[in-house]
Design a protein around this ligand. Structure first.
Ligand code: NOJ
Length: 736
């Protein structure tokens, strides 16, 4: 090992770089998948033999999907002890919502609007992953998406760039902590750069064709927030943007990310995305793909075999400059130094630490806490919830009610199958009621992470009659329906957003027997549940909540936790409305008319089923005394806005107070509402509080079509309330 301890990181990087051959530099830019888990199509060249040979030559800078101290130690040993320069590997893994102990899926966590809880959840994920030898997570995914058909909405923070930016920050902080050189902090990776969430028709890996206004105002802000939070890496994406596969986009990676924003970490390609520049029809062969991607600023090739095969030759032939390699390698080495890998390459490989710090009680307590906070009460007619704790006959029905696998959600390779607390187990803790369970429908066998065969029964009706019988005898029916955890996530786009399989039929049959139904939804994306909304009195959005799922749900159903979540994504009435989102533009014909010539559908409302920001509580909240302090404001002023909030109901509870603005006339048109502030406010029954927001340049401006941030004088509206459809509004005007 090279002794470089007394120099600064940049000096150490430069001194190491000066000793490296071109092949060794290319090696740092090459990442291989490990030998166990696979999270993408296996390229032909991906044999273990080749990988080991390359490792020994120092042609590998990083590995992904190697986990467990023993395995990590082995590959690290080869890199450190068998190669000429002994440069340690950086070990990446998809730690998306926990490692062994699983938090709710990220979309669910976003529904908590609780930045502290979200940061803590990422912290725990980092503690567990690092104890298992991992020092780099491919998270957070910060893709904004408005299309619930896209399976990966479960991995992000929903549709809004303001909420998305706050959550990006919290997650980066949680993973990276205050000091990256500790052995329980890991490098984060904001992904997928950029615009992957806008895949046309919600179809995975598809074309993206968005305008500059959408790019700058919606797509980029959460990435910028991650960069401002010192995120160490960025992953590019599988999509093209306006005709250029983003892996080859100089505009995104060099001009915006590295130059304009000053990002000094490194960019990793997505799985073989450099290779895919060829399938997109933008490069003719690997040599050209390597040239395009490296010049554009993709620093590391994930399992693509393109850089390792082509880059050295391209430099030797004078097609690309060695400085391109130097820049990439500097960035990669810097992160390795910051992680402390040169000081101790085995620092994440302590077996004792691995035994003690994975899956312990305090981690389960924390994921239970954030799971409860992620639940959204969509509807609660006649206050069917909370359930009475004594003397009730409860029928628990549904194919997901006793599920211990599905609630773990997609992306959880580091965890163990069938380890979630099921709703059945959660409800069994409340022993003073009678609980009867009927599945109603079975799951289709073979629901696994990467197979196509993922469904809920759509042929066998034989168990429906038992469910009906149980419902007839019950005071209250709790039905757990939705999507299996593997029906969303990568490669899981859908054209329908209804309850898969025969679940709708089951719901309607049970409803005929007993109308007192609490519908608990488990799903990874907004669903179209118009019939349920019209008929079922109470609906609880419980997503896929991770290891403690059933406990969190039971606690909410029985009122031991008063729900406080708010939707981070709009729920459509039907698929035809998608993409649907709260921050839409007015159009030239926004108003309802008696004729047909206005912006609407003839077969559906324009409004969503449940809007962004919606979520009820067992208590009620009253807003009053909404004020803007001052009368005239210039674009550099700080505008103070206050509102009084009272818990006017019967329970202690929490409200997410949301502030939206509308810039009425702009040099480019502005959305009808834009979230610009929120506060999660706990209030005891009967208690009141004045909530204060500040509006400054940061909140009042937007990006023009050149990507410049501007604030324009003119008329504004400001709205405050418990959802994006709040009616409380005031006007103000900004002067120069
Ligand atoms: C492909 C996915 O798009 C990306 O998010 C993930 O990190 C990599 N595979 C590695 O598993």
């Amino acid at each position: 090992m090279i002794d470089t301890k007394n120099e600064t990181i940049n000096e150490r990087v430069d001194s190491l770089l000066s000793k490296m051959t071109i092949e060794e530099k290319v090696g740092q830019m090459n990442q291989y998948n490990g030998f166990w888990d696979v999270t993408g199509p296996v390229p032909e060249e991906g044999t273990a033999k080749t990988k080991f040979e390359h490792l020994k030559k120092g042609w590998v800078g990083s590995m992904l999907n190697v986990r467990g101290t023993e395995n990590v130690k082995e590959v690290q040993r080869i890199a450190v002890e068998e190669t000429r320069l002994g440069i340690p590997l950086i070990i990446g893994f998809d730690v998306i919502h926990g490692y062994k102990t699983l938090s709710p899926i990220p979309l669910a966590e976003a529904a908590s609007w609780d930045l502290e809880a979200i940061e803590k959840s990422a912290r725990i994920a980092a503690i567990e992953a690092s104890a298992s030898g991992i020092n780099w997570t491919f998270a957070p995914m910060v893709d904004i998406s408005r299309d619930a058909r896209w399976g990966r909405v479960m991995e992000g923070a929903g549709e809004d760039p303001y909420l998305g930016s706050k959550i990006a920050k919290a997650r980066v902080k949680g993973f990276q902590g205050d000091d990256l050189s500790k052995n329980n902090t890991i490098a984060a990776c904001a992904k997928h750069f950029a615009a992957y969430g806008f895949s046309e028709s919600g179809k995975e890996y598809n074309t993206v064709d968005i305008g500059t206004s959408t790019l700058h105002n919606l797509v980029l802000p959460p990435f910028k927030a991650a960069v401002d939070s010192d995120v160490k890496t960025i992953m590019n994406s599988f999509n093209e943007l306006n005709g250029v596969p983003v892996t080859a986009s100089k505009y995104l990676q060099r001009d915006i990310l590295k130059e304009k924003w000053g990002f000094n970490g490194f960019v990793i390609s997505d799985w073989a995305s450099i290779n895919e520049i060829i399938s997109w029809g933008h490069a003719e062969n690997k040599r050209e793909a390597a040239k395009l991607a490296s010049t554009a600023g993709s620093d590391m090739d994930m399992e693509g075999y393109v850089y390792v095969r082509e880059l050295a030759k391209l430099v030797e032939d004078g097609v690309i400059k060695e400085e391109i390699l130097d820049d990439a390698v500097r960035r990669i080495l810097r992160v390795k130094f910051e992680l402390g890998l040169f000081d101790d390459p085995y620092k994440y490989c302590d077996e004792e630490n691995e035994k003690q710090n994975i899956g312990n009680k305090s981690h389960h307590d924390a994921v239970l806490d954030v799971a409860k906070k992620s639940i959204v009460l969509l509807k609660n007619k006649n206050n069917l919830l909370p359930l009475k704790k004594k003397g009730q006959k409860i029928a628990l029905i549904g194919p997901l009610a006793d599920e211990k696998n599905s609630p773990l959600g997609s992306w959880r390779l580091g965890s163990d199958d069938n380890t979630a607390i099921s709703v059945l187990e959660g409800m069994q803790q409340y022993k003073e009621n009678t609980l009867v369970f009927e599945k109603g429908l079975d799951l289709v066998e073979g629901n696994t992470a990467f197979t196509q065969q993922v469904n809920i029964n759509n042929t066998d009706r034989s168990k429906i009659k038992e469910a009906i019988a149980a419902a007839k005898n019950a005071d209250v029916v709790v039905m757990v329906l939705g999507e299996h955890g593997f029906q969303s996530g990568e490669g899981r786009s859908r054209t329908e957003l209804d309850l898969p399989g025969l679940q709708q039929e089951l719901l309607e049959e049970v409803y005929k027997a007993n109308k007192n139904i609490v519908l608990v939804l488990n799903n990874g994306r907004p669903l179209t549940i118009e019939w349920a909304d019209a008929n079922i009195p109470t609906i609880v959005e419980a997503w896929q909540l991770g290891s403690q799922s059933g406990n969190a749900i039971a606690n909410v159903l029985y009122g031991d936790y008063n729900p406080s979540g708010k939707l981070p994504m709009t729920f459509p009435r039907n698929v035809g409305q998608v993409p649907i989102y709260y921050n839409y533009k007015s159009t030239g014909r926004p108003n309802k008319e008696s004729h047909v010539f206005w912006s609407h559908y003839i077969d559906s409302e324009n409004t969503p089923l449940y809007p962004f920001g919606h979520g009820l509580s067992y208590t009620s909240f009253e807003y009053s005394n909404f004020k803007i302090h001052g009368e005239k404001f210039s674009i550099n002023d700080e505008i103070k806005v206050t509102v009084d909030l009272k818990n006017s109901g019967e329970y202690d509870g929490k409200e997410v107070v949301q502030l939206y603005i509308r810039d009425l006339f702009g040099s480019t048109t502005r959305p009808v509402r834009e979230l610009k502030g929120f506060e999660l406010v706990p209030l005891k029954k009967g208690e009141s509080k004045t909530i204060e927001f500040k509006l400054t340049r940061k909140e009042l401006g937007f990006f023009d079509n050149q990507g410049n941030y501007i604030v324009e004088p003119g008329k504004f509206k400001v709205f405050v309330g418990g959802s994006s459809t709040t009616k409380l509004e005031l006007d103000f005007e900004l002067t120069e």
